[in-house]
Design a protein around this ligand. Structure first.
Ligand SMILES: [Fe+2]
Length: 231
């Protein structure tokens, strides 16, 4: 990462991105796309228009976010958790209010009600700038089905929570543990389900970040949503 004036910026967000890069580097050989994400991170420049004063978290999500971070207990994620805690006052957390989805699509009520994200690197609202890349954190509340969807942007997730469910191409569900990586190729269909604890992850969109998300209709959404609540 670069500073235009050549100074060595040691702010908490810089340290947080460093902790993420260190973790990702250990998976570079096994997950395709991680190398591209690391290259984008290293090319980011400090943003001149990042306003630290615009950092209020929507109040309804504060407790969920706190609980999700408290639940990060894998020792390999400790540096990321610690740096995230230190950065909380400087991060801008935002809810997706249909900015990623066309108006006539439905990613699910629970997604709409509980999603939250913050950017560390991106074209705007982030400490570091890249024109066509985002790196940040993503939160979903308990009992959420984030319905099957796809997008042109290739996507990396690092699951930080102890347990979450994923399925691909509308197939069978599988559970993933803390520290697991998910790579979704461009336009690959994927869905996430969240059990009785909130879900928090690192995410990155490696390119084509302005292309919209599209919902991939599956006929079992209502059943999956009901099962989450009673499990
Ligand atoms: Fe996605």
């Amino acid at each position: 990462m670069h500073n235009p004036d050549g100074t060595n910026d040691q702010c908490v967000i810089t340290e947080l991105i460093g902790a993420i890069s260190t973790y990702l580097a250990t998976h570079q050989e096994t997950i395709s796309g991680v190398g591209d994400v690391l290259a984008q991170i290293s090319s980011a420049t400090i943003s001149g228009n990042f306003h630290e004063t615009n950092s209020a978290t929507p109040s309804a999500h504060t407790d969920i976010l706190k609980k999700a971070i408290e639940n990060i207990d894998d020792q390999h994620l400790e540096a990321i958790r610690r740096c995230l805690m230190s950065s909380m006052d400087e991060l801008i957390w935002r809810q997706d209010e249909d900015e990623f989805y066309p108006a006539d699509s439905d990613p699910g009520d629970s997604y709409r009600a509980s999603n939250l994200h913050t950017l560390l690197i991106g074209p705007s609202n982030a400490k570091y700038y890249r024109p066509d890349f985002t790196l940040g954190f993503f939160l979903l509340g308990p009992f959420t089905l984030y319905r099957d969807h796809f997008h042109l942007a290739p996507e990396l997730y690092v699951n930080l929570s102890p347990r979450c469910g994923w399925r691909f191409h509308g197939g069978e569900w599988s559970d993933y543990g803390a520290g697991s990586l998910i790579w979704n190729d461009s336009n690959e269909v994927h869905a996430t389900r969240v059990y009785n604890d909130p879900f928090i992850s690192i995410f990155a969109w490696a390119s084509d970040i302005n292309s919209p998300c599209k919902v991939f209709n599956c006929d079992d959404w209502e059943r999956v949503e009901k099962e989450l609540v009673v499990k």
